[in-house]
Design a protein around this ligand. Structure first.
Ligand code: C2E
Ligand code: CA
Ligand code: CA
Ligand code: CA
Length: 277
């Protein structure tokens, strides 16, 4: 009976019940969140270190839940990925980002936009074709749209990922490898990836000033990327010293709380006017 009791305990653990219930609720709610206009994009500036100018923003999705408040993407993106909802979610993100691009242009603000593409999207050939059609239909200049793809999305099935990425690149889209250094891609794979840019993961940048190993890693990554003809974005820049170090080491772009947190679209125009670097 000991075994059965243990099993009972596991099944009826109130904590697990609660968690399962909440996940279940989120899955159902996410389906209607888009229809109910509960999703919103925030934008985080990326600073070009040579020009000292913001040239691009990264679109980051937020879920403004009517009862639970703001739900961060780290909570609902993994659920969307597991429950087959990434296609719907990413389509919404891309359309919203392109509309925002045009709105800013009409206000005289020239910014390219980066959006995050998940591993699920990359595997979905229908989605990949939809993206190209949509960019054309909504008159988005391809060179003003960067797709950020995590290393892991490529590692799962490198051959088909490389094929898809090449297709996008040939059509003129800009491609970036996100969270670089945290996945398991080999240097050999990096050489084969048809991308323009890598984003060094913030775990290497956040403590850069106090950590000599991080300095060595970031310096070597910059050198490697530049030798391969790739440009580099450092994410997670949280202080001026790090920004200066990156500038001295020829990093192309920086992004992080020191510059700005992700902010709503209507705050960005004001931020652009008031900030000087
Ligand atoms: P990510 O693509 O690596 O985005 C960067 C995350 O780091 C953002 O969190 C941003 O707010 C945060 N961050 C930026 N600068 C700093 C800094 O200086 N210090 C610290 N500590 N954090 C910083 P966020 O917005 O919560 O997004 C988390 C993740 O959720 C993103 O990581 C991305 O993987 C995913 N995500 C967000 N929006 C989307 C989306 O539209 N589609 C997909 N597929 N994934 C998304
Ligand atoms: Ca990203
Ligand atoms: Ca990242
Ligand atoms: Ca990340």
């Amino acid at each position: 009976h000991a075994k059965a009791n243990k099993l009972d305990f596991v099944i009826y653990d109130p904590k697990i019940d609660q968690h399962t219930l909440e996940t279940f609720e989120l899955v159902n709610a996410l389906t209607s969140a888009i229809e109910n206009n509960e999703l919103v994009l925030f934008y985080q500036p990326k600073l070009c270190l040579e020009k000292k100018k913001v040239v691009q923003v990264e679109a980051l999705v937020r879920w403004l839940h009517p009862q639970k408040g703001t739900i961060p993407p780290d909570v609902f993106i993994p659920i969307a990925e597991k429950t087959g909802q990434m296609n719907t979610l990413s389509r919404w993100v891309i359309i919203a980002a392109i509309k925002q691009y045009h709105k800013w242009r009409s206000e005289g603000i020239e910014l390219s936009i980066a959006v995050n593409i998940s591993a699920e999207n990359l595997k979905d050939s229908e989605f990949c074709q939809w993206l190209l059609n949509t960019v054309e239909q909504l008159k988005m200049p391809v060179s003003a749209l960067t797709l950020e793809i995590t290393e892991d999305a490529v590692v799962e099935d490198p051959e088909s990922a490389i094929m898809q990425l090449s297709h996008w690149r040939d059509r003129g889209l800009k491609l970036s490898i996100d969270d670089f250094g945290t996945g398991y891609s080999s240097l050999g794979q990096l050489k084969q990836l048809p991308v323009h840019e890598i984003k060094i993961d913030r775990s290497f940048i956040q403590h850069l000033m106090s950590n000599d190993e991080d300095k060595i890693i970031v310096n070597s990554t910059l050198e490697l990327a530049h030798n391969l003809g790739l440009s580099v974005v450092a994410e997670g820049v949280e202080n001026l010293e790090t920004l200066e170090w990156l500038t001295e080491h020829n990093c192309e772009m920086a992004q992080g709380f020191y510059l700005s947190r992700p902010i709503p679209e209507d705050e960005l125009a004001q931020w652009l006017l008031s900030s000087h670097f």
